[in-house]
Design a protein around this ligand. Structure first.
Ligand SMILES: NC(=O)c1ccc[n+]([C@@H]2O[C@H](COP(=O)([O-])OP(=O)(O)OC[C@H]3O[C@@H](n4cnc5c(N)ncnc54)[C@H](OP(=O)(O)O)[C@@H]3O)[C@@H](O)[C@H]2O)c1
Length: 247
């Protein structure tokens, strides 16, 4: 393994849904490590452009393109765009996803299908489209799972089930795509991104967390960077970033 802060120099990363929040934090961490970073957005074009400027300010190459991860032709166009621009692909981070709180009895089929479309079908579609490029460069795939994929949250049955499916997809893909591609998953717990509406919930959760606080975007990005730079022998793993909340 290369040492030094630019450990990903010469590598190309694609991160879905990375205009803001956790995806942006991962994009900046990979850029800081020297990777060329392509990010996708669905509706947050302006934020995506601002994130690209921040990537460039770190001395890395970056660009943004629109992609609906649930749509096969949109995914095909986006992956083609990345490979045309950067000449290949080394690291795919399936970050785009949705989260929603609904009482089980009120949960509709539409809500169920929409969560599974973005959180499971999306990572599956994007990964499949990237396979030939990742294989040729012995690349890595990193999914963004969730503590909710390991613990049952009563008002998030569809979200928890979708992330549990993504965790299993991580393990199946790790076995199916070895030895060329390593596939791992980061499972964040409570991450405080400064949303004022979530402040009292965040305070409550911090008290229940062994580390006595919630996580940060930089901490989930550190886990993404770990898998992006880890020995290829590490595959099929789900890494919780939760301050011990899931214990
Ligand atoms: N934040 C947390 O505390 C937490 C905890 C556990 C797990 N996670 C997981 O970590 C990942 C990132 O978390 P986050 O909170 O930063 O996520 P987020 O803000 O809820 O979503 C990230 C991005 O996903 C994009 N997206 C949604 N549906 C899409 C679709 N059909 N096609 C393409 N892009 C789509 C959105 O892009 P646009 O804005 O461009 O529309 C959004 O900005 C997610 O997978 C999430 O489930 C987060």
């Amino acid at each position: 393994m290369q040492s030094g802060s630019k450990i990903l120099r010469g590598k190309v990363a694609l991160i879905t849904g990375a205009a803001k929040r956790l995806g942006k934090a991962s994009a900046l961490a990979l850029a800081e490590a020297g990777a060329s970073v392509a990010i996708t957005y669905l509706t947050s074009k302006r934020e995506a452009e601002a994130t690209v400027e921040e990537i460039k300010a770190l001395g890395a190459e970056g660009f943004a393109l629109r992609c609906d991860v649930t749509d096969e032709s949109s995914v095909r166009r986006a992956v083609k765009g990345v490979v045309q621009r950067f000449g290949g692909l080394d690291i795919l981070i399936n970050n785009a996803g949705n989260y929603e709180s609904v009482e089980f009895e009120q949960l509709t089929l539409k809500q169920w299908d929409a969560i599974f479309a973005s959180n499971v079908r999306g990572p599956f579609l994007v990964s499949q489209e990237c396979l030939k490029y990742l294989r040729s460069r012995k690349g890595k795939i990193i999914h963004m799972g969730s503590l909710g994929g390991l613990r049952a949250w009563a008002t998030h049955a569809h979200y928890c089930s979708s992330k549990a499916a993504l965790h299993m997809l991580t393990r199946c893909m790790a076995k199916a795509l070895a030895p060329e591609i390593a596939v791992n998953c980061v499972a964040p717990g409570m991450i405080d991104l400064g949303d004022p509406n979530a402040a009292s919930f965040m305070r409550r959760m911090a008290k229940q967390t062994p580390m006595q606080r919630n996580g940060t975007g930089e901490e989930t990005a550190a886990a993404v960077l770990f898998f992006a730079t880890a020995p290829h022998f590490i595959t099929g793993q789900i890494l919780c970033v939760d301050g011990g909340l899931g214990l």
